[in-house]
Design a protein around this ligand. Structure first.
Ligand code: SF4
Ligand code: SF4
Length: 417
């Protein structure tokens, strides 16, 4: 049975700050398409009053919440609505994770296995009979495409090709690469190393890194998420406090989970290291703003890209760092897509019972992308990438990969030497 944690302080319990204005419900992507979902106001502060008296008031319909935090961004009174909902799921839900949930949530285990036989796994997961079995037996929707696995892990590439040269730089950062970069798309990690080295920073891996745990939290495995979180925070603490290296990330969701969800949902204290953990685009933008680094770009680079605001980027308020960096590229025409949830919410959109809702939530975004017809879409979240690529056919790139493509490495090195 999955180990559960008992939260000492259920979601900060600031439900009494609710003004009953219902703005949160107007912004909730699930409420917009699902009449059976009680909505953020009712699921959050309203029902919490009753749940605190008696857990029988817990409603399993709360599992429909995406934990997108758009309700919290909209709330004029700072109620931690989604935290209240997620904390109540962790504390009261009687639902136990099934095999599918464990497979989807244990990204380190599944990724390590898949990397060993990546071409076979990638082909097999695309076959219709396999999809039918996954749908019927496991509950993974047959319409969903899985992200391809890489034959070489990012960590392996780094050890063979980058580790030896990183000490030669004058300044240093650490990199929390996350599961997606390690098992599926090492190129994003290589792109970050390329940029940081060009501006004079050595990039180091953390002493130990585990999956941030976002999928474990969403799938009812909060005990395991807490253990993994403690390993990550201890490595981040060593990097920030002992090695004096800021920890960079390239995934908005991993960043948000470690900076905020660890403390709010897993009772892990991150206060002393929270500011030492940041998205690479934010770190780079701030260095440029302070005049500490300069970037030079290729003259022949041309791109018309559409930026998608991932929900957790909205919550952190960090969209501006990624978009302002992209706008620095002379050949870039950047279009801002309307800020709306793409509907995947990590593993949520993979599940048979959620697939249709997930696609309905993202439908407006998919339509807008097709109408704009950009060269590519760009976003800071890898699961938004999977959803948009599958649902529109347009390629989706992380802003760091676009910067790396557009960078004139030699000229940038000269500017920063
Ligand atoms: S937006 Fe905030 S204040 Fe308004 S109903 Fe929702 S939780 Fe209450
Ligand atoms: S977190 Fe997102 S899905 Fe959940 S209640 Fe808030 S707005 Fe709705």
């Amino acid at each position: 049975m999955a180990e559960r944690i008992q939260l000492k302080n259920i979601s900060g319990n600031n439900l009494e700050q609710c003004l009953k204005c219902s703005i949160c419900t107007a912004y909730c992507p699930v409420s917009a398409v699902e009449p059976n979902y009680p909505g953020p106001k009712h699921s959050g502060p309203d029902q919490e009053r009753y749940r605190l008296k008696d857990e029988k008031f817990f409603d399993e319909a709360l599992k429909m919440c995406l934990n997108c935090k758009r309700c919290e961004v909209a709330c004029p009174s700072g109620v931690r609505i989604a935290d209240i909902i997620q904390a109540s799921r962790i504390t009261y839900s009687k639902h136990r994770p099934i095999l599918r949930d464990m497979m989807l949530a244990n990204t380190d285990f599944v990724g390590t296995m898949a990397n060993m036989v990546a071409p076979i796994v990638n082909t097999t997961l695309g076959l219709s009979p396999v999809k039918a079995v996954l749908h019927g037996v496991m509950g993974v929707d047959k319409h969903r495409t899985f992200p391809a696995y890489s034959s070489q892990k990012f960590e392996t590439w780094y050890k063979r090709n980058a580790a030896a040269s990183q000490d030669s730089y004058k300044k240093h950062v650490s990199y929390f690469h996350g599961c997606y970069v390690n098992y599926n798309y090492p190129q994003l990690g290589k792109d970050l190393v390329k940029i940081m080295n060009a501006v004079g920073y050595g990039v180091h891996l953390l002493e130990k890194e585990k999956c941030c745990g976002v999928a474990l939290i969403a799938n009812g495995l909060s005990g395991q998420a807490r253990k993994q979180g403690q390993v990550n925070v201890s490595s981040i603490r060593k990097s920030v406090k002992e090695d004096h290296r800021t920890v960079l990330t390239t995934s908005s969701t991993c960043t948000f989970t470690m900076r905020d969800e660890y403390e709010h949902l897993l009772d892990i204290d991150v206060a002393d290291v929270r500011e030492g953990l940041t998205l690479a685009t934010r770190f780079l933008y701030r260095l440029i703003e302070q005049g500490e680094i300069k970037l030079a770009f290729r003259k022949d680079f041309k791109m018309r890209a559409a930026y998608h605001s991932a929900c957790h980027m909205e919550k952190m308020g960090w969209i501006v760092y990624s978009t302002e960096l992209l706008k620095m590229i002379p050949g870039m025409e950047l279009i801002m897509l309307d800020s709306q949830c793409c509907g995947i919410a990590g593993t949520y959109g993979f599940k048979k019972e959620n697939y249709e809702r997930s696609q309905q939530i993202g439908s407006g975004l998919f339509r807008q992308i097709k109408e704009l017809n950009p060269d590519c879409v760009t976003t800071d979240c890898e699961t938004c990438k999977w959803q948009i690529e599958m649902s529109t056919g347009y390629e989706v790139k992380n802003p760091i990969s676009i910067l790396a493509d557009a960078l004139d490495v030699e000229a940038t090195m000269k500017l920063n030497s």
